[in-house]
Design a protein around this ligand. Structure first.
Ligand code: NAD
Length: 494
């Protein structure tokens, strides 16, 4: 089977697909047509409580944490195999649900399978502790233990990829999971529940509660038995989650928004810089956390580069996300369409010259925003400071390296950055100086799963990826101190 029939979506709690306790549901729409695709069970605090209790029970008393590591990893690898066997089907669901072009979701789904394989390898090779001899009479060691039931809260912009990026390390390290997917894109999370069910993971190890952030999401964050929350989403939501997690002293990991700069010096390889700048802002429909939404061009190359940007923007293929040739699809929903469109209006009022690509006439009913250049932008404009999260690029210029760094850093965010130059010293100087969690030199966003992923400033706290996820977030070190001899003990009251 290549395509799945889309049915109404239920919650997955304790190994069973169930309706919400209150029997309520919400409508899920197709961003390409804005027509209703299906109904989704609308979980609330009672469903969260059921799911958390199941996850906690599975952690405390189930076989998941006690089985041999090889056996647990065989489940993790089975999930990867099942994803691999269904890349086309999941990509189809993802594109239908999110409006992301199928040419891009296919790659993301294949990457999602790799997330499970990668963390199976990591847990088997890198989840080691440390041991110290303290003189001859003590040996002290630390080992890493899973936390228990953990809560994962994910956004709609690359749902399956971002979800599996959390689920894989959480499960591989021996935790149990309650996932609260984004309400605007529930289909691939439901497919993941089906896959976990097919892989026959023990009951309660993986649970999915669909529902709204303010109800289901908040209940998960506040639940006493949830040991940690890993969140990806907007900065404002992240702040609320940290506050709500404080009462139960939970660990939190925050992957938040961005307004990432791409700096092009006049000695750069212009063809490659252009390819990267265009792909970085217009792939994923511009709904990419690490998008280079601000481009800074050296004054010597500015005019030429802008001409070439205009030419590209005019040729980007806007269309049905299901067409293999489509490069830019519709935004996730009407609300987001309104938001992005109003930012473009604001840009005009702020003095930008707006240059846009074409939307074919046949596509007027979906949430299509054409690829958009904001020329004559300045870095203090709202459109250069706020995360627009659409196919909208602020284009600015600079004269000196210092000015480029100062402009790049004049933002509350610090997720990613891109620098284009053939001067090796300058490349590293600028990469060091830009305040961002991740910098690429002469490259677009190419991921290495072993390297820390995440941002600084308003873009987040903590890192995902590599051993960071397994040793710094989903586990806790336990220190064991062993006396090897009759070391002295103070004798109070003797
Ligand atoms: P969002 O913050 O609106 O929602 C994300 C998730 O949080 C959803 O599941 C939502 O239901 C839930 N939520 C909302 N309010 C909540 C609350 N009070 N308590 C608990 N959960 C709550 O984000 P979005 O619009 O879905 O996603 C887009 C944002 O995500 C952008 O800002 C983007 O930059 C960011 N993002 C960041 C990264 C990263 O790695 N840094 C990656 C992808 C997306």
């Amino acid at each position: 089977m290549t395509h799945h029939q889309v049915n109404d979506v239920k919650l997955y709690v304790n190994g069973t697909f169930v309706s919400a306790g209150n029997s309520e549901s919400f409508e899920n729409k197709n961003p390409f047509t804005n027509e209703i695709t299906n109904e989704v069970a609308k979980g609330d605090h009672t469903d969260i409580d059921d799911a958390v209790k199941a996850a906690d029970q599975a952690f405390q008393h189930g076989p998941w944490g006690k089985m041999k590591i090889k056996e647990r990893m065989s489940y993790i690898e089975r999930i990867a195999d099942l994803i691999d066997a269904d890349v086309e089907g999941i990509a189809h669901l993802e594109s239908l649900d999110s409006g992301l072009p199928i040419q891009q979701t296919r790659k993301m789904i294949a990457r999602a399978a790799e997330n499970f394989r990668f963390y199976s390898r990591m847990v088997q090779t890198r989840m080691h502790g440390e041991a110290y001899m303290a003189d001859a009479d003590f040996m002290n060691y630390a080992v890493y233990k899973p936390l228990g039931a953990v809560g994962l809260i994910t956004p709609w912009n690359a749902p399956f990829m971002l979800t599996t990026w959390k689920v894989a390390p959480a499960l591989a390290t021996g935790n149990t999971v309650v996932l609260k997917p984004a309400e605007l894109s529930p289909l691939s999370a439901n497919r993941l529940a089906e896959i976990v069910d097919e892989a026959e993971l023990p009951e309660g190890v993986f649970n999915v509660v669909h529902g709204y952030g303010e109800t289901a999401g908040e209940a998960l964050v506040r639940h006493d038995k949830v040991k940690a929350i890993s969140f990806t989403g907007e900065t404002v939501t992240g702040k609320t989650i940290i506050k709500n997690a404080a009462d139960s002293l939970k660990k939190t990991s925050m992957e938040l928004g961005g307004k990432s700069p791409l700096i092009v010096f006049d000695d750069a390889d212009m063809d490659r810089a252009l390819d990267a700048a265009v792909w970085g802002i217009f792939s994923f429909n511009g709904e990419r956390c690490t998008a280079n939404s601000r481009v800074f061009l050296h004054r010597n190359i500015k005019d030429d580069f802008i001409e070439r940007l205009k030419e590209r923007v005019g040729k980007i293929k806007v269309g049905d996300p299901m067409d293999a040739g489509t490069e830019l699809g519709p935004l996730i929903d009407e609300g987001h369409f309104e938001k992005v469109t109003s930012y473009i209006e604001t840009a005009k009022k702020e003095g930008c010259v707006v240059v846009q690509g074409e939307i074919p006439n046949s596509l007027k009913k979906g949430n299509f925003v054409p690829p958009t250049l904001l020329l004559d932008a300045s870095n203090d404009m709202r459109v250069s400071q706020d995360e627009v999260f659409g196919p909208v690029l602020s284009v600015m210029d600079f004269e000196t390296e210092e000015e480029a760094i100062q402009l790049a850093n004049d933002t509350k965010y610090g997720l990613a950055g891109y620098v284009w130059t053939n001067d090796v010293k300058r490349a590293h100087r600028v990469a060091q100086a830009v305040d961002a969690g991740m910098l690429w030199i002469n490259a677009q966003n190419v991921r290495d799963l072993r390297i820390p992923f995440g941002g600084m400033k308003a873009s987040g706290i903590g890192r995902e990826g590599g051993h960071y996820a397994i040793l710094e977030f989903y586990t806790e070190p336990k220190a064991i101190h062993v006396s090897l001899a009759d070391h002295p003990i103070p004798q109070f009251g003797k």
